[in-house]
Design a protein around this ligand. Structure first.
Ligand SMILES: Cc1cc2nc3c(=O)[nH]c(=O)nc-3n(C[C@H](O)[C@H](O)[C@H](O)COP(=O)(O)O)c2cc1C
Length: 165
């Protein structure tokens, strides 16, 4: 069976529209976080979600050690934060958390104060696949607000434009 190239794969999937989250963890006074579009729900009972993180990212080792992480779903006005946590801005990696206001919920993982939704998770399990690790998170706490989500499609950020019915 023929296979496709990585660039054909990423180019095809770039056409999908995804929400944008910053996934964070902390352990022993160290914090790690990155912008992701891979977060999705696994099942509601038990409340499980997943996120795929590149094996090179320091998040992987820190989440292993702490056994916790948080998914901060970004509102549409947080594009700058998404850029910082994707390593695309001028900010050095160590100072990412100087952008935004941070708090904690139950597990102690960093929660963005103005996240559209914050999902506080214990690491349930993880699975390495190719270049990435899939982290399954058991959601132990949640904080929701109202507003519009930030989206990513066609390799750029976008906002929701509701379609009148
Ligand atoms: C919109 C968007 C979505 C992203 N989604 C993911 C993702 O799901 N998983 C991932 O590992 N990296 C993802 N990235 C890339 C990471 O954010 C980026 O590689 C990481 O922040 C670099 O971190 P480092 O400088 O700590 O290595 C995404 C980037 C952007 C802009």
């Amino acid at each position: 069976m023929p296979s496709i190239t990585a660039s054909a794969f990423t180019s095809a999937l770039s056409q999908a529209a995804n929400g944008v989250s910053v996934v964070t963890t902390s352990h022993d006074n160290m914090e790690a976080g990155l912008t992701v579009s891979s977060m999705c729900s696994v099942c509601a009972d038990p409340a499980l979600l997943l996120v795929c993180v590149n094996l090179d990212n320091e998040f992987c080792a820190l989440a292993d050690q702490s056994g916790r992480f948080a998914v901060n779903i970004l509102p549409s006005h947080c594009m700058e934060l998404a850029i910082v946590f994707a390593g695309l801005g001028e900010h050095p990696e160590q100072s990412r958390f100087e952008t935004g206001a941070w708090t904690t919920l139950s597990t102690g993982a960093p929660i963005l104060s103005n996240a559209l939704v914050a999902l506080d998770c214990e690491v349930d399990s993880s699975l390495a696949k190719g270049t990435h690790r899939i982290f399954f998170g058991k959601v132990v706490d949640v904080r929701t607000t109202s507003g519009e989500p930030l989206l990513y499609t066609d390799r750029r950020f976008a906002v929701v434009e509701p379609v009148p019915l």
